[in-house]
Ligand binder design. Structure first.
Ligand SMILES: *Cc1c(COP(=O)(O)O)cnc(C)c1O
Length: 387
């Protein structure tokens, strides 16, 4: 045999099958998946084949991650995506059609809102209304006869307002409106959306679930009522999420609980300390009793994660802010969050609905896994640049 393809195929077929069980499952890669016989191929064409028929049918690595997420969240079906934003976009498309109206909270992930305005509304005639980020039973005032979906994100990942999820889902259920919740901040461990009546959840796996800032992935999990509808839509799109990303996401899940406990504890310590800093105006952290929706967090959430924000009493110039931010050594500048590295962003929020924080610069902190005392010292050093 001279042909390398034949040599490799033969070696694989006749491989040494001495048992070697690694703790972690293998990472399967592949486009073509071989059928054992023609009868199986025919079955697959008739949708009667129990095996995997192609790479986009999701290989064992994708399926293993999906199943772990499904069980953690308690949904009926979970599907994995190439990113959190891809998960948001696909969920929105799966549950809407031309002529529908949807409601989106004004603190939802920015690129998701942009997709609603520029793609759903402009190209597909799905009308989109932004609603206040701390909405509850008053969502009733925004409903139209053709409202088909409500997109929530609680807390929002810049200003941290919370929605009254059970009040909203009670109304939505009555009217047959799909509720979709981006639960990235809480992870599947600190919020149980299906128990609060949510129909489908979104997670940016990019954040805490993978945990090391080296993965882009997302999931959508759907409860019993809409599971089949979502599954069928997903299949039509022939999505492929790289196996390596699913492998790393699975690995991240093992340490999610311990990492999250540390993020939670350090973030609370820093947040409580910030409340005592004279320059600081408000600390936007749902687990602090001063947070306007703290009672909702206490009622619905199991814990808090490591992302929160604060505002300054004074309206500093960009030059002054730069002096503060650039003096920090441990807090690095960058988007995304949920990893071991502490990060900071600073921006004024652009809101369509009335907001507590319009025109204020929001300093958002991702509290990483560094020593908490070191993080506090770093911020102290930065604040000294402002006085
Ligand atoms: C980052 C983020 C997303 C998008 O996730 P990507 O994987 O970066 O596309 C969605 N929702 C929230 C709340 C996020 O923070």
């Amino acid at each position: 045999m001279k042909d390398s393809t034949q040599i490799i195929a033969k070696n694989w077929a006749e491989r040494d099958t001495t048992p070697a069980t690694t703790i972690n499952p293998p990472c399967y890669k592949g486009s073509t998946v071989l059928f054992d016989c023609y009868a199986d191929m025919l079955k697959s064409r008739r949708n009667e084949y129990a095996g995997i028929s192609y790479g986009t049918d999701r290989l064992p690595t994708q399926r293993q991650f999906e199943e772990a997420m499904r069980q953690l969240e308690g949904g009926s079906v979970t599907r994995v995506f190439q990113s959190g934003i891809a998960a948001i976009q696909t969920a929105l498309m799966a549950f809407t059609a031309s002529g529908d109206h949807i409601l989106v909270v004004d603190n939802a992930y920015g690129p998701g809102q942009r997709f609603c305005r520029k793609v759903l509304e402009k190209k597909y005639h799905v009308q989109c209304t932004l609603v206040p980020p701390n909405i509850g039973a008053d969502i009733e005032n925004y409903l139209q006869p053709n409202t088909r979906l409500i997109l929530l994100e609680s807390p929002g990942s810049i200003t941290f307002e919370l929605q009254d999820i059970p009040a909203i889902t009670a109304i939505a259920r009555q009217k047959g409106i799909v509720t979709l919740l981006d639960a990235t901040w809480a992870t599947p461990l600190y919020l149980k959306p299906f128990e609060l009546g949510i129909d489908a959840t979104i997670h940016s796996v990019t954040k805490y679930i993978s945990g090391y800032s080296d993965v882009l992935a997302g999931t959508v999990s759907v409860g019993e009522k809409y599971a089949q509808r979502f599954e069928e839509f997903y299949k039509l799109l022939e999505i492929y999420t790289p196996a390596e990303e699913c492998y790393l996401a699975l690995r991240g899940l093992h340490s999610l609980a311990v990492r999250l406990r540390q993020h939670e504890q350090s973030a609370l310590t820093i947040a409580q300390w910030l409340q005592t800093v004279p320059l600081v105006d408000e600390v936007l952290h749902p687990a602090l009793p001063c947070h306007p929706e703290h009672h909702i967090w206490k009622r619905d959430f199991i814990g808090s994660s490591g992302l929160f924000a604060f505002t300054f009493k004074k309206d500093y110039s960009e030059r002054e802010l730069a002096a503060f931010i650039d003096s920090l050594a441990l807090f690095r500048l960058g988007y995304s969050w949920g990893g071991f590295q502490s990060l900071l962003t600073a921006a004024k929020t652009a809101r369509t609905t009335p907001s507590r924080y319009s025109a204020k610069t929001i300093i958002r902190l991702n509290i990483g896994l560094e020593d908490c005392e070191d993080l506090r010292t770093d911020l102290e050093k930065g604040f000294a640049m402002l006085t």
